[in-house]
Design a protein around this ligand. Structure first.
Ligand code: SF4
Length: 88
C-alpha cells in the first residue's frame, strides 16, 4: 500500500471547509483554517504523522484512504490541498 502525504497550504486555505465533508480527518483548527487530525475520524481508527507549521500542514498516512483525501483536495475551491503518493 503506498503511503501518501496530504499538504494544506495555509496561504491558499480560506476556511471554506468543503474538505471536511469529504474526509473526516480534515478539521477546523484554532486559527479558523483547515488542519488534519488522524484522531478526528469517528469511524476509523487511523494513524498518521502531522506537522502543522505557520505555512502549511503536512500529514503522512499509510492506509487505503488516499481516495478520500483526493476527494477533499478536489472539493477545495482554492486548491489548497495537495495529495501525493510518497512510495510504499
Ligand atoms: S476546502 Fe480548502 S479552503 Fe476550505 S477549509 Fe478545506 S483546505 Fe481550506
Amino acid at each position: 500500500m503506498p503511503a501518501y502525504e496530504i499538504t494544506i497550504e495555509k496561504d491558499a486555505c480560506d476556511g471554506i471547509f468543503a474538505c471536511l465533508t469529504r474526509d473526516p480527518r480534515f478539521v477546523e483548527a484554532a486559527d479558523g483554517l483547515a488542519t488534519v487530525d488522524p484522531d478526528a475520524d469517528p469511524v476509523y481508527d487511523c494513524e498518521g504523522d502531522v506537522t502543522d507549521t505557520a505555512e502549511r500542514v503536512v500529514a503522512t498516512f499509510d492506509d487505503d484512504r488516499i481516495d478520500e483525501a483526493k476527494q477533499a483536495a478536489a472539493a477545495c475551491p482554492t486548491d489548497a490541498i495537495i495529495v501525493e503518493e510518497v512510495g510504499e
